[in-house]
Design a protein around this ligand. Structure first.
Ligand SMILES: NC(=O)c1ccc[n+]([C@@H]2O[C@H](COP(=O)([O-])OP(=O)(O)OC[C@H]3O[C@@H](n4cnc5c(N)ncnc54)[C@H](OP(=O)(O)O)[C@@H]3O)[C@@H](O)[C@H]2O)c1
Length: 301
């Protein structure tokens, strides 16, 4: 049997770890991992250290592997730093995407790329795929430009917009849920905004959607968000309720009180209808996500 070859770029990142885990014991595909760090978190699979903003490194990797699918989960993701580190942000979120798309042409590869609800201004969410983007931060502008640059190339491509990823990535910084749980367990006071609305997306759900796209070769733009639309304070309440933690340590605030360098889209969120219809995407309810996370934490303790 000829196996499709999948190149997972950014395999050490939060979403990268989840997507890699899903493909780990799958005999239908031949997998190559690539990420920024010297070493991979997954010793079982072949790995290449890469800086995707280096055109020569990208070319070398394509010539070496000739992927059928390229799943790009690497990005410059620091929203506030993007306001000052503009060149680095653009190199990774735009120029690098151009290099990936460019080498997809001769390799005849299908490019799957992850974008963000930050392409919107957050005045009128939740958003459908055909709503007009209007980014309000440099990060958002770079993510929109990354989407647009792919359209310049005549390649099969799928762009996924997602928002507020959460789940139990084993390595790296804790996600929002783990951070809230750790903070409240340690009786640390935290301030949480009441005016940012999203449908937080469970890593397992979006990883399954990405695998479905590889299995079906679907192209186009898809929103992949969570099942429940709520503001960040309500999200925190749901976490505290499930894990039996004390909300008295949580102070509700407005985003403006944080004085962050980058403005945030406030009334955001992504409508999943297209993915539900075309990919049979069915995101889990929050309590089910929390239950699975808890199980993972116990397993990896
Ligand atoms: N997290 C969210 O809530 C969220 C929401 C909407 C959209 N997204 C999008 O979802 C995707 C995955 O996000 P994530 O949260 O998993 O991000 P993440 O944890 O920050 O992972 C990104 C990965 O890319 C790597 N990377 C950075 N620059 C690179 C380069 N030049 N070459 C190769 N690798 C490089 C990073 O390495 P280092 O860590 O060593 O820099 C990291 O391993 C991104 O496209 C992001 O924009 C995320």
């Amino acid at each position: 049997m000829i196996k499709n070859r999948i190149l997972i770029i950014g395999s050490n990142g939060m979403l990268g770890q989840q997507v890699t885990s899903l493909f780990l014991n799958n005999d239908n595909y031949e997998i190559r991992l690539a990420s920024f760090e010297d070493d991979s978190f997954f010793e079982e699979l072949p790995y290449t250290k890469i800086d995707i903003s280096n055109k020569i490194e990208v070319k070398k990797l394509f010539l070496d592997f000739f992927p059928d699918f390229v799943i790009n989960l690497a990005a410059y993701t620091n929203v506030d730093k993007s306001e000052t580190e503009k060149e680095t942000c653009w190199n990774i979120n735009v120029n690098a995407i151009e290099y990936l798309a460019k080498y997809c042409v001769p390799a005849n590869s299908h490019l799957i790329h992850i974008s963000s609800d930050y392409v919107f201004d957050g005045l009128n969410g939740p958003y459908a795929e055909n709503d007009l983007p209007n980014p309000i931060s440099y990060y958002g502008r770079s993510k929109l430009a990354g989407e647009n640059i792919i359209k310049k190339f005549n390649i099969p491509s799928t762009i996924i917009r997602t928002n507020v990823l959460f789940g139990s990535a084993r390595f790296g910084r804790p996600d929002f849920v783990k951070w809230v749980v750790n903070s409240l367990e340690n009786k640390n006071n935290i301030r949480i905004v009441t005016d940012q609305i999203n449908n937080p997306t469970f890593l397992d759900d979006i990883a399954s959607a990405i695998k479905k796209i590889c299995d079906t070769s679907k192209t186009g733009l898809y929103n992949i968000g969570g099942a429940e639309l709520l503001n960040r304070y309500e999200f925190t309440e749901r976490i505290a309720e499930y894990f039996n933690l004390d909300m008295n340590f949580v102070t509700p605030i407005l985003t403006s009180e944080l004085n962050q360098p980058a403005p945030r889209p406030l009334k955001s969120g992504l409508i999943n209808l297209k993915a539900e219809t075309e990919l049979s995407y069915k995101p889990r309810l929050l309590n089910e996500c929390f239950r699975l996370m808890e199980k993972d934490w116990l397993k990896n303790k």
